[in-house]
Design a protein around this ligand. Structure first.
Ligand SMILES: *[C@@H]1O[C@H](CO)[C@@H](O)[C@H](O)[C@H]1NC(C)=O
Ligand SMILES: *[C@@H]1O[C@H](CO)[C@@H](O)[C@H](O)[C@H]1NC(C)=O
Ligand SMILES: *[C@@H]1O[C@H](CO)[C@@H](O)[C@H](O)[C@H]1NC(C)=O
Length: 749
């Protein structure tokens, strides 16, 4: 289909539960879900935004309608929306103030419409918006101030439009923008300060335009996954400083800058360049930064060195190869030292290098930390499919696939510069040693669902750049200590949905950089002493859905960096407090759905300094001792206690940092003993879902709405506060005369 760009970025959209319950108000042709508070009216030929939508709706999916024009205040009746899709709605015009009132919206998809002009007030009111997709429209004009109210926007995507010119300060107001996508327009003219004010931008995508940029003197293209820069790609007569660092450049045409004669400073650091020819054109160049490239100091580099010497160009960077020059500064080399061995000798050296697992001088495509975070954020929090920000950018990086071809052996002959290798859904059963020889640049390897029951050892040897390895949904039950020999950069390892009955701890000792380990849905029953020995940097451990019933007190002894531990849906009968006590950086702990009936005193005290998110939902908990949460103070941001058997609730007032607390689906006993909770709910600025289970006449009512507390000692005048908060809390718009609305649930994993 023709809309690959936005859809691969965001597939989240609005998943509608199959057993959708109809909201009180639901337009006739739409599907409404009372639990998730979503409304979907997809491809219904609607010509207007439906008005018969419940006010508390949070996600509205209007893809594929025929709306043509969005009038001012079009969404005034649904102010709590967080996600809105107007994808492919034939919209031509967005009137000023169309989205006013949507102060909670975080995601807006307007892609595949016919919008021509972004008016000054088109996006007014979207003060929480994080992602705005406008790809595949006909935008040719951005009026000044169009984005001035989007102070939280991270991603603005305007690819495949008809922009020719960007005025000064076109993006004024985008104070948190991380990524601006302007690919596939007809830009040929940028005002000198067009990108002024974009102080937080990490990525700018400008490929497929007609840029000449006559006035620009500094251009920063860093962190774009561009692999090749062709002839005359950057022709900017006044350009003096060009930054192309942290990209994926493997080749750089000597004429790439032929029409940028004033260039003084060129930063090509942290790319994948092995060699570079003398540059034609920028005769005034004084600095060329090649730091962090795998420069091969052979005869092929000699012309560059000679050119730098004669033109007084200072070179920064060092040789990665051959071994006897490894680490040598480029500046220190005389051209005559740059020699070539015979072809054969060179090949040999190359092979030797592949086999040297510990080689550190060749830089590996490191993922900048902000991208790692983005990746995690997208997968875990926002529900957005990982968009593989950095190495999957379409058409620009090397991507090989043999997905689902019935292979029984790992095929050979992939291009050695492959960076993403997809071998899912084949039938390998067994993978011998060195099966991926020569694939030194692969960053991400996918071998899910390949019926693998054995990896011989040193299977991935030579994969020096491998960061992501997906072995999910195979039949592995053990791993040898040598399995990952020769892949020392492995950082994210997926082993979920295999057949491990034992924690395969021996294998991780060779992975000093392992940061995230997925072992969900295996059959592990015990975590013995020292299972994490060797994985010193491990930050995330996912063990959901095993049958763990025993955690040795010293199981986590060497994993002091761990900050996320998921152990939901196991067989634990108690909180493994002693083992957890060693995890001094643990921020997120999930123990949901274990048969833990009570939590003893001070169970989480050792984690008091670090814990931010605690999941104790679905345990069948009958009692949380008053002091079970002892020590947890302002640091705790979320507490999930829903779906338990609690009749009373420990004092929550010390948890002054709470942002989310869920007490729903507990049979709370609504009498005066619960008054402290009731009072606390009134004083905090939180949506607290807590409903009464007893006495029976109050069953199902929200604790904050029942009147019974008025007669309790210590409670004088009737509470009025919750009325006042009505406008800021969607839940309170439904008072108790109507049936209970189930709280928005977190999906326990
Ligand atoms: C959609 O609506 C337009 C006019 O509003 C009408 O001409 C067209 O036939 C409708 N299409 C469908 C599939 O209902
Ligand atoms: C070259 O780039 C590296 C890393 O980007 C930087 O640390 C260094 O200061 C730069 N050197 C020069 C001379 O600009
Ligand atoms: C309550 O929270 C809202 C939104 O998070 C914030 O704007 C407001 O200032 C808060 N009020 C108090 C009293 O903290």
């Amino acid at each position: 289909m023709g809309f690959a760009v936005p859809s691969d970025l965001v597939v989240l959209l609005l998943l509608i539960s199959t057993q959708a319950v109809h909201l009180r108000k639901c337009p006739r042709t739409c599907v409404c879900d009372d639990v998730k508070l979503t409304v979907a009216c997809v491809r219904k030929n609607l010509t207007r935004v439906p008005t018969a939508v419940s006010e508390i709706t949070v996600k509205l999916d209007l893809r594929g309608n025929n709306i043509q024009e969005l009038p001012t205040g079009a969404f005034r009746h649904i102010p709590y929306l967080t996600h809105l899709s107007l994808h492919r709605c034939a919209i031509q015009r967005v009137q000023e103030g169309a989205f006013r009132s949507l102060g909670r919206l975080v995601f807006l998809d307007l892609a595949n419409n016919n919008i021509e002009i972004l008016y000054q007030e088109s996006f007014d009111g979207l003060s929480s918006l994080k992602q705005l997709l406008l790809d595949h429209n006909r935008v040719e004009e951005i009026q000044p101030g169009a984005f001035s109210q989007l102070g939280f926007l991270n991603l603005l995507s305007l690819t495949h439009n008809q922009l020719v010119y960007l005025p000064n300060m076109a993006f004024q107001g985008l104070q948190n923008i991380k990524w601006l996508r302007l690919s596939h327009n007809s830009l040929n003219n940028l005002a000198p300060e067009a990108f002024g004010s974009l102080l937080t931008l990490a990525r700018l995508s400008l490929d497929h335009n007609e840029l000449q940029l006559p006035q620009v003197t500094r251009l920063d293209l860093g962190h774009n996954p561009i692999t090749y820069l062709g002839e005359e790609t950057i022709s900017m007569p006044k350009l003096t400083h060009l930054f192309m660092d942290h990209m994926s450049l493997q080749d750089f045409s000597m004429a790439a800058l032929a029409f940028s004669p004033r260039l003084v400073h060129l930063d090509l650091s942290h790319n994948q360049l092995r060699v570079l020819q003398p540059l034609v054109g920028p005769a005034q160049l004084t600095r060329l930064n090649l730091t962090g490239n795998p420069i091969h100091c052979s005869c092929y580099l000699r012309p560059l060195r000679e050119w730098a010497l004669s033109g007084f160009v200072r070179l920064a960077g060092a040789c990665a190869r051959p071994p006897h020059f490894s680490g040598e500064n480029l500046e220190a080399l005389h051209p005559t030292e740059l020699r070539c061995q015979s072809q054969e000798a060179m090949l040999e050296a190359e092979l030797e290098e592949i086999n040297r697992a510990t080689l550190t001088t060749t830089p590996v495509p490191r993922i900048p930390s902000e991208h790692r975070r983005a990746y995690k954020l997208h997968t875990d929090r926002a529900g957005i499919k990982p968009n593989l920000l950095f190495h999957l950018h379409q058409g620009e990086t090397h991507h090989s696939s043999c997905e689902n071809r019935g292979h029984t052996k790992v095929p050979h002959g992939f291009s050695p510069d492959t960076r993403f290798l997809d071998l899912r859904d084949n039938h390998f059963h067994y993978i011998p040693s060195h099966s991926f020889r020569g694939l030194v640049q692969v960053v991400s390897l996918h071998i899910q669902r390949c019926k693998i029951h054995e990896l011989e050892g040193a299977t991935f040897s030579g994969m020096k750049a491998l960061v992501y390895l997906y072995l999910s949904e195979n039949d592995l039950s053990s791993l040898s200590a040598q399995t990952f020999r020769g892949a020392p950069e492995l950082t994210y390892l997926h082993l979920e949905k295999n057949k491990f009955a034992r924690f395969p701890w021996e294998a991780f000792k060779l992975l000093p950089n392992l940061l995230s380990l997925h072992l969900e849905h295996n059959a592990i029953s015990r975590l013995e002493q020292g299972v994490l020995a060797g994985a010193k940097r491990l930050r995330e451990l996912y063990l959901t859905g095993n049958v763990i019933n025993m955690v040795a007190p010293n199981a986590f002894d060497s994993a002091s960096a761990l900050d996320t531990l998921h152990m939901g849906s196991n067989q634990l009968k108690e909180v493994p407090a002693e083992a957890l006590g060693k995890l001094s950086h643990l921020a997120e702990l999930r123990l949901s759905k274990n048969p833990i009936r009570w939590v003893g005193p001070s169970a989480f005290l050792p984690l008091a300094g670090s814990l931010k998110h605690l999941y104790l939902n679905g345990l069948g908990l009958e009692k949380v001792r008053g002091w079970a949460l002892a020590g947890l103070g302002p640091g705790l941001q979320s507490l999930f206690l829903e779906e338990n058997q609690l009749e009373e609730v420990p004092l929550l007032s010390p948890l002054t940092g709470l942002k989310v607390v869920n007490l729903a689906e507990n049979p709370l006993l609504c009498d005066c003993a619960l008054l402290p909770l009731r009072k606390w709910i009134d004083t905090v600025n939180l949506t607290v879902s807590a409903t009464c289970g007893h006495p029976s006449e109050l069953r199902g009512q929200e604790v904050k709405d029942v009147k019974i507390f008025k007669s309790c000692p210590g409670e004088g005048s009737p509470p009025t506060k919750q009325k006042a908060s009505k406008t800021s809390k969607p839940k309170s718009t439904h008072q108790c005369t109507c049936p209970k609305i189930a709280p928005v649930k977190k999906i326990p994993s």
